[in-house]
Design a protein around this ligand. Structure first.
Ligand code: NAP
Length: 256
């Protein structure tokens, strides 16, 4: 018998790290799937395929045709559609699915968070008076800011926002992180930011902006996650490795 075949839905640092850990065991063949959103994806430790599958049905067919034993959803917590598709494709194909989902950030005593459910709601909650906004939500929904052009926006994304934003007062920063508190504090100060708009992504790579906002007493508009897809879910790479070993104990016994 060959190795256990895993399709990993990625696009996150965790997916890269988990791929590396699985490859290191020598027991698993991992194919990492990326949506193709970034122009220059980070180098990956396992073979990669890029692009959509054509919905849940396309994903189920891909799983079956590739003789996969397991699908792992290690996508970003705000990539809700692909996670739903993974759950549906698993149910349709009978191929088990596991999700790796980092815990949400929780407000600490000095945090000044306003909770909203969507990006448009976040933009509306900035109010009518001009403010200086750090929009740290990635590029896909940055154009929602066009609904409130009275504000200054500092917009940070990995790749340029396309089409360009139609806003009178905007400053674009291209960066991928991870970030540190010192750098984030300088950025807040340099642009005299008075409010941060962010998704509740969780994890450590982008948490520095939350800490910087806390230290500077700046308000944070926190966009909540959509309900997670129904799948067995773990929060850490270690827990995921244990869940996989539990699912395929024979792979460990064989020591392949
Ligand atoms: P999404 O809205 O959940 O997915 C939209 C469509 O993109 C899916 O239906 C699927 O197309 C395709 N897709 C998404 N992830 C894929 C993957 N890993 N492999 C192959 N196809 C994929 O996702 P999104 O919010 O656009 O995010 C796209 C990717 O960027 C994800 O891989 C995610 O991990 C990463 N990312 C997202 C965010 C964020 O804030 N949303 C932040 C950082 C990284 P088909 O239906 O045709 O299969």
């Amino acid at each position: 018998m060959g190795k256990i075949r895993i399709l990993m839905l990625g696009g996150t640092g965790e997916a890269r790290a988990l791929s590396q850990s699985l490859a290191d065991t020598g027991r698993y063949d991992v194919l990492l799937s990326l949506a193709g959103r970034t122009d220059k994806p980070s180098p990956q430790p396992v073979p990669v395929r890029i692009g959509g599958f054509g919905g849940a049905e396309g994903l189920a067919a891909f799983l079956q045709e590739g003789w996969f034993d397991l699908i792992i959803d290690a996508t970003h917590p705000f990539a809700a559609r692909i996670s739903r598709n993974a759950g549906a494709a698993s149910a349709a194909s009978g191929i088990p699915a596991l999700a790796l989902r980092r815990p949400e950030w929780k407000a600490e005593p000095k945090d000044r968070w306003t909770h909203v459910a969507t990006v448009p709601e976040a933009i509306a909650s900035l109010g009518p008076s001009p403010r200086r906004v750090f929009l740290a939500i990635g590029r896909q929904e940055a154009h929602r800011a066009e609904a409130a052009p009275q504000h200054f926006y500092l917009v940070r994304s990995v790749d340029p926002v396309e089409p360009p934003l139609v806003l009178p007062d905007v400053y674009l920063v291209l960066d991928r992180g991870p970030y540190d508190v010192e750098g984030e504090t300088s950025l807040f100060r340099a642009h005299r930011i008075d409010v941060l708009v962010t998704k509740n992504s969780g994890g450590s790579a982008t948490y520095a902006k939350i800490e910087a906002a806390r230290q500077l007493g700046i308000e944070v508009i926190m966009i909540a996650r959509a309900p997670a897809a129904a799948m067995q879910t773990v929060a850490t790479i270690e827990a995921m490795l244990a869940a996989i070993d539990h699912l395929f104990p024979f792979a460990m016994e064989r020591g392949v």
